[in-house]
Design a protein around this ligand. Structure first.
Ligand code: AMP
Ligand code: ZN
Length: 463
């Protein structure tokens, strides 16, 4: 069994990964707030943790990995988009407009992320389906003195948790100095954060011991992770922009509620635009959908992401996309007509070494160079590349179905010639194919692979 090592943000080093239960490996990743299309940066954690999901399934078995990624479907930004629609004349109550907006955004999210070859997580809980669990957790935190009510709000008392800041390795005072903490008159301490807040009548709200209101963002993940993964689980992931305050707050809430919570914390670095994080608020973003509509195949986007290690910042460039496309076209050509071969451990080992996807890709290039198409196909698929789901976009331009049919026919003629012991004819066909750039493999099933120098015109001449 491959030994996996992962960089744990909480300990700031690479650690050997040993799941709590090999039959039930559990991972939670913070998902999107569903108010708009995902931008390209949002795709990074989705792809990174998809590769980890695939690796864990490979090592522990597909039925032994549970991956939870939430949808935050209660949020001021969602309310704002629904309100804007109402003001623009949309019919329906605000609640209906909100539901419309979140449903539509979730549908887009699935479409866009599936175009990138990512698997659906085992569970995709919506925050609004777990309000009861959040309320229960908040009640517990109040009872144990870790939270207090003030002015219709419930706040978490950060100073009550001595280890606050341990994830990022900073003290509370340092964090106050560096953070944009919201100062509010009802807070005992500026670092305290909201667990529950009141809702006005025109906003979504739920009845609670503190009146009609809605949860804060951080408690959502703590409650859903506990409900779906239990007291302790293996891996918690997300972008490194979530490390503070979101993940520090998740830890504080869950630990103070008496839960073990996550053991390994993993954070992907940011997708950047000219040195700055791509984000909606900076306005320096484009969506995954924009790229797909410009004709950039999802598989190319995936490949570009995997070419950089997840703990390094990266830029999206057209040059990278062009290079990725050329590589994928070549690989498609090589592997289209072969069956999957055997596992090639160097690729698994690269992924098992803290998801070293650039090294895994380098190993795939090696397989391509030595024309081991079967192994290339099997191992590319471990990275979610060259899969049937991602379609045949690369193949169409290179191998028209009639060309493939023609090659198959020539190979069939060759098999017939050989069984008739007409060796001269069999060799002739092989030489003609090789000359056109079609490599012929004699096996139980004769297979063929198009070499980069494949020239369909030469094949035409054979007709
Ligand atoms: P949000 O909807 O902003 O909470 O983000 C959803 C996920 O995308 C989180 O895991 C973020 O850390 C991640 N994310 C947001 N912006 C970027 C970016 N520019 N690069 C990589 N990940 C990002
Ligand atoms: Zn979260």
């Amino acid at each position: 069994m491959a030994e996996i090592t992962l960089y744990n943000t909480a300990t700031r080093r690479k650690e050997r990964f040993e799941p709590l239960n090999r039959k039930n490996v559990r991972m939670y990743v913070c998902g999107p707030t569903v108010y708009d299309r995902a931008h390209l940066g949002n795709a990074r954690p989705v792809i990174v943790f998809d590769v980890l999901f695939r690796l864990l399934r490979h090592v522990y078995g597909a039925d032994h990995v549970r991956y939870v990624r939430n949808f935050t479907d209660v949020d001021d930004k969602i309310n704002a988009t629904a309100l804007a629609r109402k003001e623009a004349g949309a019919t329906g109550s605000l609640e209906e407009l909100i539901a419309e907006r979140t449903d539509e955004t979730i549908r887009w999210y699935h479409e866009d992320m599936e175009a990138l070859g990512t698997l659906r997580p085992t569970e995709e809980p919506r925050a609004t389906a777990f309000i009861g669990q959040m309320v229960a957790m908040i009640e517990g935190l109040i009872a144990s003195g870790h939270a207090y009510t003030a002015d219709g709000h419930v706040l978490f008392r950060v100073r009550s948790y001595a280890e606050y800041g341990a994830l990022s390795g900073r003290s509370v005072d340092d964090m106050i100095a560096g953070a944009r903490v919201e100062v509010a008159p009802y807070k005992e301490d500026p670092m305290d954060f909201v667990l529950w807040k009141p809702s006005s009548d025109d906003l979504p709200g739920w009845e609670s011991p503190w009146g009609r209101g809605r949860p804060g963002w951080h408690i959502e993940c703590s409650a859903m992770a506990y409900e779906l993964l239990g007291d302790r689980f293996d891996i918690h992931g997300g972008g490194n922009d979530l490390q503070f305050p979101h993940h520090e707050n998740e830890i504080a809430q869950s630990r103070c509620a008496g839960h073990g919570f996550a053991r390994v914390w993993m954070h992907n670095e940011m997708l950047q635009v000219e040195g700055k994080k791509m984000s909606k608020s900076l306005g320096n973003f484009f969506t995954v959908r924009d790229l797909l509509e410009q004709g950039v195949p999802g598989e190319v986007i995936r490949f570009v992401f995997l070419s950089t290690h997840y703990r390094k910042p990266m830029d999206w460039t057209e040059a990278k996309a062009r290079e990725a496309e050329a590589t994928l076209r070549k690989w498609w050509r090589q592997t289209r007509w072969v069956d999957e071969g055997d596992i090639y451990e160097p690729v698994v080992d690269a992924l098992a070494d803290d998801l070293n996807t650039p090294l895994a890709i380098a190993e795939l290039h090696q397989l391509s160079h030595v024309a081991d198409a079967r192994t290339l196909k099997r191992m590319a698929r471990l990275l979610g590349l060259l899969t049937d789901e991602l379609g045949t976009w690369a193949e169409d331009a290179d191998v028209a179905p009639e060309v493939a049919g023609w090659i198959e026919q020539l190979l069939g003629d060759r098999v017939a010639a050989r069984s008739a012991k007409n060796w001269a004819r069999a060799d002739e066909i092989r030489d003609l194919l090789v000359d056109a750039g079609v490599e012929v493999r004699d096996g139980q099933e004769p297979a063929w692979v198009l070499k980069p120098e494949f020239d369909p015109a030469k094949l035409e001449a054979l007709k």
